[in-house]
Design a protein around this ligand. Structure first.
Ligand code: FAD
Length: 317
């Protein structure tokens, strides 16, 4: 079922969802299930599965380093199919522009259609570790809006190279990313919102936000988006702080600010166990306020560990 239909069906009740990352290749998928199992009692209508950018690995061949391109966390669509089958829940693969040609994307979307996957999260992807700026693949998309257009074309039976198939069209519900504190490359929030609007105009049906720790940022973002004519659901993304290092890492990677009270509480913690507790309490307060404001879904970034998300969900749902 589509995310937008889940939201309609809930009739104003805030839903619980979360995002997982595929295991590093060679690791057992059971670890992933062990982290999903405890969250199923909160009846998530959908679970997102991320896709990682490809990266270079260096293989030592008699003192000479051989540079090879690989994806360390493969299997997004396979994991989506497996979770859907195992838990009878909708799964949402994250589909990236970066690292894929349009043909490879079409191939992947056709797989998703045959697997009965109803939702796609359409993203540009970050720059590769070695790159300063995002470089599109040869024959790939430059912006997420272009990917949204390709998915939307498929929804009307229009495949690449002017092949038209109208008997059995896909009907994907398309999610896109939004940034309450603006995307790191955008010169201003207003410009970023203009490009978000383009993604919606190309056919996206809902937005999931980057993590934020101050709800005011989300409320102001939604207000600004509505003023630009963006009317689709805007789902807040919540990440509980889990280790002290997050104080540097999260602003560095995601270009977001952390509230002073949160920084001081984390700084005052004597162990990572205490930090985890601070993160849980902060996320509960954030979640309750967002729930009371009537957000459609609270979407948690689990990063593969679910004990803190479970404690938060217990307090909020
Ligand atoms: P876009 O919407 O294409 O925007 C990228 C930048 O270009 C923005 O600064 C925007 O303002 C600007 N822009 C857009 N269109 C134009 C235009 N026509 N001309 C000029 N500028 C333009 N990354 C992963 O690698 N894997 C994941 O699974 C993943 N999941 C995510 C889930 C969520 C909910 C979020 C919020 C992010 C996720 N990301 C993921 C990160 C995301 O890929 C990065 O933030 C990436 O840098 C931007 O992706 P986007 O889809 O927002 O890009």
């Amino acid at each position: 079922m589509k995310v937008t239909d889940h939201i309609k069906k809930a009739q104003g009740k805030t839903l619980f969802s979360f995002e997982i990352i595929p295991p590093v290749k060679g690791r057992n998928i059971k670890e992933l299930y062990d982290n999903i199992d405890p969250l199923m009692e909160f009846s998530p209508p959908f679970i997102d599965v991320t896709t990682s950018r490809e990266e270079y690995v260096y293989i030592d061949r008699n003192g000479l380093l051989d540079k090879k391109l690989t994806r360390m966390r493969p299997g997004t669509v396979g994991i989506c199919a497996s979770i859907k089958h195992k838990y009878d829940v909708d799964t949402i693969p994250h589909v990236l522009c970066g690292g894929f040609t349009k043909e490879e994307t079409e191939y992947l979307l056709v797989d998703c259609h045959y697997l009965g996957i109803d939702n796609i999260m359409a993203l540009r992807g970050d720059a590769m570790k070695e790159e300063k700026y995002f470089e599109p693949s040869k024959g790939g998309h430059i912006y997420a809006a272009d990917l949204v257009r390709q998915i939307n074309h498929l929804n009307s039976g229009q495949y690449l190279h002017e092949v038209i198939e109208t008997d059995n069209c896909a009907d994907f519900c398309i999610g896109v990313a939004g940034y309450p504190e603006k995307h790191m490359e955008a010169p201003s929030l207003k410009t970023d919102l203009k490009w978000l609007k383009k993604k919606i105009d190309e056919g996206a049906h809902y937005v999931v936000t980057q993590m934020f720790f101050d709800n005011t940022k989300y409320f102001e973002f939604v207000e600004a988006a509505r003023a630009m004519g963006i009317t689709v659901p805007i789902i807040p993304g919540i990440k509980p702080i889990a280790v002290k290092r997050h104080l540097q890492l999260l602003p560095q990677v995601f270009r977001i600010d952390l509230p002073q009270d949160l920084i001081e509480a984390v700084d005052a913690s004597k162990s990572n166990k205490e930090v985890r507790q601070v993160g849980i309490e902060w996320a509960i307060t954030q979640s309750k306020e967002l729930r009371d404001a009537g957000v459609p879904v609270l979407h948690y970034y689990s990063m593969g560990k679910s004990d803190n998300i479970k404690t938060i969900a217990r307090a909020v749902f």
